[in-house]
Design a protein around this ligand. Structure first.
Ligand SMILES: Cc1cc2nc3c(=O)[nH]c(=O)nc-3n(C[C@H](O)[C@H](O)[C@H](O)COP(=O)(O)OP(=O)(O)OC[C@H]3O[C@@H](n4cnc5c(N)ncnc54)[C@H](O)[C@@H]3O)c2cc1C
Length: 455
């Protein structure tokens, strides 16, 4: 009897949003042999919020995990863009229409809640998905043309030194191993283009801050009002901004900043995060309004965490043989459009669709299906990476003609006209991002893309 696609052995490197979604989506398509390898000993819950845009919600709902994630999230109904130094409102955008227009709300939540929702979804398929936590993948190897095998392989090394490393051979290898992806590096090296694709230093870094409701002092009623609201607020200034919103059923106020990268500029550590100094953080936003100052004061000494924001050059391909890249491994982005995880999640969902439609299971067919995945995903993901960078440039303008033009656009908005320079809140941008159903596109156009991949 011939093998069905669902019998293929699939190894996923990385259990971030991209890896978890890929595993869950494949299991729901009936794949039986899915192994997920993750260096960390657990899901590594970072204390930070995340925007759950309608395009992400649509995918999560199809995977049966949206209701759980949404139950802990906050439904955003409005957004306000303000001058950081004065708290003067530049623009107010009503978002009540989002659910009606896109069938899903724009929510914001806790990263742990999203990761855990996906993980719990995976745990419902114990016969199909096996997790290997505290296990690092290395030495990713592509089959050589002279080899009789067409399978990629890698070494899986458990963190526990008493356990042996093993050589894993697999039919399909998915590199969902994040911005510093070893799979990406191995692929570019195998394609002999590693030296021509560089890391882009964005010169930006971010602080992530969470204020818990029970921390709030009675005199900070204005912060409490924000925490209990359904609003995203962005305070902008030259080269810096802060975006803030409530998460976890309005019990935590989440702030994410962007500022020039000075702490990492000289040397980058392994995780792209560093313990920051509260004093330095307060100084960066020293000319922001008293409300912002009071919020930043809530961060405990020693609890300041700073993330380096990095991107890399566009990759000419996300696929080599039976190996494909997912998420930040192939399209890392600045966070200004809040679409990094959403795009990783779209990747995983599309991968499962194309692999489930394989007409046969040869390595050649697998490669063509993976190329179909790339055709659905690559242009869209890179368009959003560019848009996030452009939005950051507009938000961070210093005095001059460009800023005057931007502020004219904000002023026109108050009269209900024109585009929103903060692209995240722009109706046309939302239509492009939220209105696109990646799963439908993959389902409807798989045949066409699969054919094209053989050319
Ligand atoms: C400040 C900031 C704010 C953001 N806000 C938003 C937002 O609001 N909305 C949104 O959609 N996105 C947001 N993002 C982007 C989002 O967090 C990322 O795009 C997303 O998490 C990428 O998911 P991933 O699965 O590709 O990679 P990751 O989440 O990085 O996961 C990769 C995993 O692979 C593991 N790994 C790495 N190497 C190996 C190896 N060799 N072997 C085994 N395991 C390995 C890692 O431990 C990790 O768990 C934000 C990002 C930043 C920096």
């Amino acid at each position: 009897m011939s093998k069905s696609p669902q019998d293929l052995k699939i190894a996923i490197l990385g259990a971030g949003m991209g890896g978890l979604t890929t595993a869950l989506a494949l299991a729901r398509q009936g794949f039986k042999h899915i192994d997920v390898y993750e260096s960390a000993s657990d899901l590594g819950f970072v204390g930070a919020g995340i925007q759950l845009a309608p395009n992400m919600a649509r995918v999560l709902d199809r995977l049966g995990v949206w209701d759980g994630v949404a139950a802990e999230a906050v439904d955003i109904k409005e957004t306000s863009v303000r001058v950081g130094s004065t708290n003067t409102e530049l623009a107010h955008v009503d978002l009540h229409h989002i659910t009606q227009t896109y069938a899903y709300p724009h929510m914001v939540g806790h990263r742990a809640s999203l990761a855990n929702g996906l993980y719990q979804g995976c745990l419902r398929h114990p016969d199909q998905i096996t997790f290997h936590f505290a296990t690092t993948a290395s030495d990713i190897t592509f089959p050589s043309p002279s080899s009789s095998s067409s399978q990629p392989s890698f070494t899986a090394t458990p963190r526990d030194p008493s356990l042996p490393s093993s050589l894993i051979t697999t039919d399909i290898l998915i590199g969902a191993d994040g911005i510093k992806s070893r799979t990406r590096e191995a692929m570019l090296s195998h394609l002999d283009i590693l030296s021509s694709i560089g890391v882009q230093d964005t010169n930006q870094a971010a602080y992530r801050i969470m204020i818990h409701k029970d921390q709030l002092r009675p005199e900070d009623g204005d912060i409490l009002a924000l925490l209990e609201s359904n609003k995203v607020v962005r305070w902008i200034g030259e080269k810096r901004h802060i975006i803030a919103y409530p998460v976890s059923n309005n019990t935590i106020y989440n702030l994410s900043t962007t500022q020039p990268d000075t702490n990492f500029a000289a040397a980058t550590n392994a995780t792209y995060t560093t313990k920051g100094s509260k004093e330095a953080m307060l100084k960066v936003f020293g000319d922001f309004c008293p409300l912002v100052q009071r919020m930043l004061q809530y961060v405990g000494e020693g609890e300041v965490c700073e993330w380096k924001l990095r991107c890399h050059d566009r990759l000419p391909t996300w696929v080599d043989g039976s190996v494909a890249l997912v998420g930040d491994a192939c399209h890392p982005t600045l966070p200004h459009l809040a679409q990094g995880a959403a795009q990783a999640i779209e990747d995983g969902a599309v991968l499962a669709v194309v692999l489930s439609r394989l007409p046969e299971t040869s390595a050649g067919a697998v490669h063509r299906a993976l190329k179909a995945y790339e055709m659905v995903r690559k242009e869209r993901a890179y368009a959003l990476v560019d848009m996030a960078a452009a939005s950051g440039r507009a938000l961070h303008l210093g005095d001059g003609a460009a800023k005057e033009e931007r502020d004219k656009q904000f002023a026109a908005l108050r009269q209900g006209r024109g585009p929103v320079p903060d692209k995240w809140a722009d109706a046309d941008v939302q239509k492009e991002i939220y209105g696109f159903d990646c799963v439908k596109e993959a389902e409807e156009r798989f045949g066409e893309y699969f054919e094209k991949a053989s050319l």
